[in-house]
Write a protein that binds this ligand. Structure first.
Ligand SMILES: [Fe+2]
Ligand SMILES: [Fe+2]
Length: 372
């Protein structure tokens, strides 16, 4: 067996006065950078406030075994003492941990890693479904803004898209089953899976892409489905890999048939993929980028509206927009997005154009006399 790994947990994110469902460890090594983990509290024992205070006095940091991460995550989700932000933050960090394994350049990517990652991602999605029950699409956007961001855009983005997918499906279909939410959540989390096959310098080149580079990026839905359909990916019996594969393959198809890679149109595109397109677009325009302002919800919805019926399913967009609060339109600044916008492009600055005052040149104050 490979060596056991651990992750640190914050003291205020330990549920007390209950039987804990995971073991607690400390690092007893006195040598810097060396680790020697010793269990200080066993799972299923009652952890009191006093126990925790004592640990706090004695140990700087407590740890949990990596293979008990889902048990720990579950305890946060079920606790009413821990805030939603803290819980979602932990779920997000965990999902990043899982996804990172797939994008690890030092290890060769294989279907075994993919099977394992899908299994782990499922824990994250199941936890998200429980926590997000208390959030609307609008409050979720606020929550996402409060979460820590990681260096690699793709991870944060995938997790945000997964959360939006779950919330949008719930808005669309309040009676959506857990099974449906798990599938759309996993589809969202893995939608850009094919990017593992695209060189990092292309994925991280916000300065602009050459035609060849853009053509390469456009291959990610195809790469993604090839990986999932390689025949060796093993998932739990109750998971339909085909649905996840369709989200991965069809999330850049457009409602009007002008998307990629297969130019599918309207309802030829899987419903979950159409939801994912909206989530993908929304996250791409509301995510903070360096040197660039974040759009307000009103601006984001305004921009997306122009693509409704073109890139986006108009009926889905209508439901989505009606669930996102339209704040007061404070700014007079009117913007529109370039038609060439593609959420798959790593923009440093969104291709926005300011809409000039249409009547700028008109002089309403004077009566114009037509010169003859
Ligand atoms: Fe994509
Ligand atoms: Fe994406």
């Amino acid at each position: 067996m490979s060596e056991t790994s651990f992750f640190s947990i914050a003291y205020d994110l330990i549920i007390k006065n209950t039987e804990i469902t995971y073991d607690l460890y400390v690092n007893a090594s006195s040598v810097d950078k060396k680790q020697k983990f010793i269990r200080v509290f066993p799972m299923d024992d009652f952890l009191s406030q006093e126990d925790l205070e004592e640990f706090k006095q004695k140990y700087r940091q407590l740890y949990v075994r990596e293979d008990q991460r889902n048990l720990y995550m579950d305890s946060l989700v079920k606790s009413s003492d821990i805030s939603g932000v803290d819980t979602v933050s932990f779920i997000k960090d965990s999902a990043v941990e899982y996804l990172q394994k797939m994008f690890d350049d030092t290890k060769e990517f294989n279907t075994e890693i993919l099977s394992q990652t899908i299994g782990e991602c499922r824990f994250a999605v199941e936890s998200m479904i429980d926590v997000l029950d208390d959030y609307t699409i609008d409050s979720l956007r606020g929550l996402i803004g409060n979460l820590s961001s990681h260096d690699f855009y793709t991870f944060d983005h995938s997790i945000n898209v997964s959360m939006y997918c779950i919330s949008i499906l719930r808005a669309l279909k309040p009676e959506a089953t857990r099974d449906e939410l798990v599938h759309i959540g996993l589809g969202g989390l893995l939608h850009d899976l094919g990017k593992v096959k695209i060189p990092t310098n292309i994925l991280n080149s916000p300065g602009g892409l050459s035609e060849d580079q853009y053509a390469e990026i456009k291959k990610h839905p195809g790469y993604g489905i090839d990986l999932l359909r390689s025949g060796e990916v093993e998932v739990a019996d109750d998971l339909d890999l085909n649905i996840i594969a369709r989200v991965v393959h069809e999330h850049h198809e457009n409602w009007d048939g002008n998307g990629y890679p297969s130019k599918l149109r309207e309802k030829e595109i899987h419903l979950y993929a159409r939801v994912c397109t909206i989530a993908d677009f929304f996250d791409a325009v509301t995510t903070k980028r360096s040197y660039n302002d974040v759009l307000s919800i009103t601006q984001a919805i305004g921009i997306m509206e122009k693509f409704s019926g073109i890139k986006l399913d108009p009926a889905l967009f209508k439901v989505f927009a009606s669930h996102v609060k339209h704040g007061n339109i404070k700014s007079g600044r009117q913007i529109k997005m370039s038609d060439s916008f593609d959420p798959a492009i790593p923009y440093d600055k969104l291709p926005l154009e300011e809409i000039k005052d249409l009547f700028e040149k008109e002089d309403f104050g004077k009566i114009k006399i037509k010169e003859s």
